[in-house]
Unconditional design. Sequence first.
Length: 351
Amino acid sequence: MAQTATVLAEPTPKEGSRAAPGSDFAPLLRRVKERGLLDRRHGWYAREIAANLLSLAAVLTGVVLIGDSWWTLLLAPVLAVLGARTAFIGHDAGHSQITGNKTAGRVIGLVHGNLLLGMSYAWWNDKHNRHHANPNHIDKDPDVLADVLVFTSGQAGERTGFRRWLTRNQAWLFFPLTLLEGIALKIHGFRDLRRQPPRERAVEALLLVTHVVAYATLLLTVLSPGRALAFAALHQALFGLHLGMSFAPNHKGMEMPDPDGERWGHLRRQVLTSRSVRGGVLTDWFLGGLNYQIEHHLFPSTPRPHLRRVQPLVRAYCREMGIPYAETGLVDSYRQALRHMYEVGEPLRVE
């Protein structure tokens, strides 16, 4: 599949200057390690977690104090944004960015995923790790398996009935569909409980149910049923939209490895299938560091605040190796992702 993302033009390296495929990544890893960019930032994450928890507590206190009023709905968007911040912390815990202690990392993930968001940490971690191992691989990456959306012409050709209509219009429907993502994540988590071993299942289920009961109790105690439903709908829709806007720029429209073709090494597999997004502090905050998608995929355990410092090293190394480094602005990243989905559905619109 042709690469549709904007890339930085890179010179072709001289003959013999490129390392063997299996060792392409080693020099870059050494440079990053030498600068201490793989070292964890416990203090930074402690402040981030504390600030997020205090903000959540303040919003929930506001809901109680304002009480049964339509004005309370003004806090739903704020809670949605804080929900995305909570998800980013759970994401970082799953990648061992926060701590190298597996037990502590799991506790952080369970609190921020299951308890605070009602989405299964074990389900997400299993799915996300498979994605990182084989990004954009049509047979191995769960994020590009044919589901509501499809990402290749082969997948589109197999669609029938209502799903065929969805594929024809998926570019237009993408952002509206993300409004349902918050609920979908919760449903996937409950469904995944059957896969989990008994002890893990018990903990996960208890925390998921606790979240649902606490969330419903709070809204129905403070608000009338109608206002509670409106608050929940607005909150969950905006939470899903925020997550969708954070994930959309990362891989859609980038290279998709041929399952039967050349086997890429770690460096090319991660760089060629990922897209980074330019921006400053606000972009870093809004996307939770996922705007450094190439760097994150190359070094998934790198703490979020170090990704900006890793980026120049990765850019320079890709230039040395003659590997395209895809980077674009935030708005253009959405345009590229949507254009790819539009092109995949094109054959179904001209029948």
